[in-house]
Design a protein around this ligand. Sequence first.
Ligand code: SF4
Ligand code: SF4
Length: 298
Amino acid sequence: MRRIVFASGKGGTGKTTLTALVARLLADDGRPLVLADCDVEAANLPIALRAEVLSRDPFAGSAKAVIDPAACRGCGACRTVCRFDAIGPAEDFPRSRLFEVDSWACEGCGACVPACSDRAIRMEPSQAGEVMTASTSVGPMAFGRLAAGEDLSGKLVTEVRGRADAIAAERESDLMLIDGPPGVGCPAIAALTGTDLVIAVTEPTVSGEHDLLRLVALARRFNIPVHVVLNKADLSRSGAERLRTRVQTEGLEMLAEIPYDESVARIPELLATGALSAYPDGPALEAVRQVARAVQLS
Ligand code: SF4
Ligand code: SF4
């Protein structure tokens, strides 16, 4: 199976819209595919494609300490061993003589458990998010949602990838399109691992060029080829020229240059709601078709 990641070193480049459009065009051609949205902190592909959730499973986070109020006698011994200042007297202390754990501050180190001679503290697994599967008009999808304040995004991306792999095996699909997270951190590494091609979506700005280079460096560490799509290419002539030169000097392939066109950006949503029956043809859509053709032939 071919796994192709649409990625960008930064957010806001139009990566999700491009993923949705390419998926749409391939599905129109009858190509069975599976989608994975690995941007677990802001999964927008299910929104763009009006996904219908089919299953929802909890994603376990690290364990947190919990104090049993019936067993706590308020001696404070646990507080002295907590290096994260996560334990303190309850609001109505000293009347209640109870201590409690701030679950936001608890790092799950477990040091407080043996410190309590009354065995009033236990470690409990927490829920750090959800892994979901869904159906869309272009094919089945897996995606995740990380709970606010949690930092296990890389692990959750791996869960989403695993779920998408299982769907692909079940459906005997030979193509997976992955909407990657922005940046080059842990979630991006989890999204790129074991894939066959990175389609780097960038824009003609200084930060677009800078972040493209960071993404290329990451992909090269994993020996994954990178093709570039320059989105909103006509917004800065000098920026686009600089990007073209950079792509050439880095030995990358420029897959397509998409001019700015608001009507193309709205296609996935309009199709999903049934408000669009024909594509608004033009240079922007032709450039997107070029990307879809390259994916089809890859
Ligand atoms: S050590 Fe045990 S008994 Fe003492 S305050 Fe902590 S939880 Fe309560
Ligand atoms: S598990 Fe560690 S961080 Fe959490 S309350 Fe206990 S000592 Fe503090």
